[in-house]
Design a protein. Structure first.
Length: 80
């Protein structure tokens, strides 16, 4: 089976997005000491990631920081 350029591009995109999700998780862990920084970085992540990664990030955030930053998470993940 020969991979087409479109297939390669799609594969690289998926790998890139997964790395971005992990990058934002790392950043959020590092700034979790400050609510303002946490919200700023979370909003950046929300603007950058696609829907599938956003759902995973949302679950991860609530599981890890729901008790500490519940109000921030509710503000950032509000659905209009």
């Amino acid at each position: 089976m020969v991979a087409t350029n479109a297939t390669r591009c799609a594969t690289y995109f998926i790998i890139f997005q997964m790395k971005m999700l992990n990058y934002f998780k790392t950043v959020l862990k590092k700034v979790s000491f400050d609510a303002r920084l946490f919200e700023k970085e979370l909003r950046k992540a929300i603007r950058t990631l696609i829907a599938e990664e956003l759902q995973e990030l949302r679950s991860w955030c609530y599981a890890n920081y729901g008790s500490q930053y519940g109000a921030v998470l509710n503000r950032c993940f509000v659905v209009n």
